[in-house]
Design a protein around this ligand. Structure first.
Ligand SMILES: [Zn+2]
Length: 204
């Protein structure tokens, strides 16, 4: 029995020696530093030898080119045209119609107030209609008359010029006969003065 115990101890002492080669081969490596260093390193990637000049344009292109997308380009809008400023004129308070102003009816005597009567709106409307038919300016040679002016030009005592219902007119570019024809159908009295080159119109 004693010899068997001694043999067991011997075997027990020799056991680690038997296991040592196994550990060196990797069998027992849990708590040991790895003795085998990796000898294979990853091969360097063989990249094409690009020059700096070859790389920079690509990088810049990526940085500056717009992204390729299915964007609809904005429509080309023409630049706005400068808007002309309206003339800095105040509204003509003297206007009686689109083409006639009160001052055009002023008495010609030069001594009266100029407006002993006021142009009848109906007369102004007739003048405007004649003006549109002519297509060019109609000039008033005599509109309002004071009694002094009416006597001076030989007007009849009850002239319609005295009350703002008559005017003597001509139209540059039209003969007296042509201007007279422009009064047809207006329901007014029109008297041509061929030698003087004007027509006298008056409303009823
Ligand atoms: Zn006058």
């Amino acid at each position: 029995m004693e010899s068997f115990k001694t043999l067991f101890l011997i075997v027990l002492c020799l056991l680690p020696l038997c296991l040592l080669p196994l550990g060196a081969k990797g069998g027992i490596t849990k708590n040991k530093p790895t003795l085998i260093q990796p000898t294979l390193r990853p091969l360097p990637v063989q990249r094409p030898s690009l020059q700096t000049e070859d790389v920079l344009p690509q990088v810049q292109g990526v940085l500056h080119d717009p992204p390729i997308q299915d964007e609809i380009p904005p429509p080309e809008v023409p630049p706005p045209e400068p808007v002309p400023e309206p003339p800095a004129e105040e509204p003509d308070a003297d206007a009686l119609s689109p083409h006639f102003r009160l001052q055009e009816f002023r008495c010609n005597c030069g001594t009266c107030s100029g407006f002993t009567a006021y142009p009848d709106p109906q007369l102004v409307a007739v003048l405007e209609a004649i003006r549109m038919r002519c297509g060019s300016p109609v000039i008033i040679t005599s509109g309002i008359r004071c009694s002094f002016e009416n006597d001076a030009v030989g007007g009849v005592p009850n002239s319609y010029h005295l009350i703002g219902k008559a005017a003597d007119i001509y139209c540059p570019g039209l003969t007296t006969e042509e201007l007279l024809s422009r009064t047809d159908g207006l329901g007014i009295l029109a008297i041509p003065y061929y030698h003087q080159g004007f027509i006298h119109i008056q409303i009823q």
